[in-house]
Ligand binder design. Structure first.
Ligand code: A4P
Ligand code: MG
Length: 181
């Protein structure tokens, strides 16, 4: 005879652990040091294996450096996932993945092998010492908004109430963001 446990809808089973419902999350990936395409592939593999279920993936874009402009171009992309992890647990795993990909933090906004930013965590607004969500500079950056429009055009920013399309239309950034074939 077969026994099955039926979980109430608010709970889910993920890799042998019971979690409360999955949360829709968007992550930004950026790299401008090393073999950038391989680094993006490796990061995606790790995110899929350790953070949750990948739901959507944007194209890869070559982008001029924002902030500290005198540095090599970046490759950027964004991904959507469903995660069972709490925000700080997710940040821990993202920072572990950055470390595994040999990121060394030297200069703020400077070159890096892999930068993983938590852009949105559902519609939650989080302000702690370690974490600001939504990521505070989304609206100022075409390298985030252009790939986001591809996979989440109608997603509403929980703080300013604007969709990603609206944010892109209003974005003052003029730096180049070029889709790779
Ligand atoms: N932290 C707080 N909130 C978050 C969040 N939502 N996601 C904290 C991720 N981390 C968050 O980040 C510093 C601290 O931010 C972390 O310890 C975490 O607790 P970091 O990644 O160590 O430092 P950073 O990336 O140099 O600084 P920062 O301010 O996070 O920079 P950004 O915003 O990540 O920007 N130009 C192009 N074209 N493409 C890029 O990808 N990236 C940056 C970095 C600058 N210019 C760029 C790009
Ligand atoms: Mg960062």
């Amino acid at each position: 005879m077969e026994f099955r446990i039926r979980l109430p809808e608010l709970f889910c089973l993920y890799r042998g652990r019971i979690f409360t419902a999955m949360v829709r999350v968007f992550l930004g990936l950026g790299t401008n040091d090393g073999d950038r395409e391989e680094l993006l592939k490796a990061a995606m593999g790790e995110i899929g294996a350790r953070c949750g279920r990948l739901v959507a993936v944007s194209a890869v874009y070559e982008t001029a450096a924002w902030g500290l402009t005198d540095q090599p171009d970046f490759l950027n992309m964004v991904v959507e996932l469903e995660t069972p992890l709490a925000p700080t647990e997710l940040l821990d795993v993202l920072q572990d993945i950055e470390a595994d990909l040999q990121r060394v933090r030297v200069v703020r906004w400077g070159p890096r092998t892999m930068d993983l930013d938590l852009l949105f965590y559902g519609d939650e607004v989080i302000e702690t010492e370690r974490l600001t969500v939504p990521h505070p500079r989304i609206a100022e950056r075409r390298f985030v908004l252009v790939p986001l429009v591809e996979i989440a055009a109608d997603f509403v920013h929980p703080v300013n109430g604007k969709t990603i399309v609206e944010l892109l239309e209003e974005c003052p950034d003029t730096l180049e963001v070029r889709k790779l074939a």
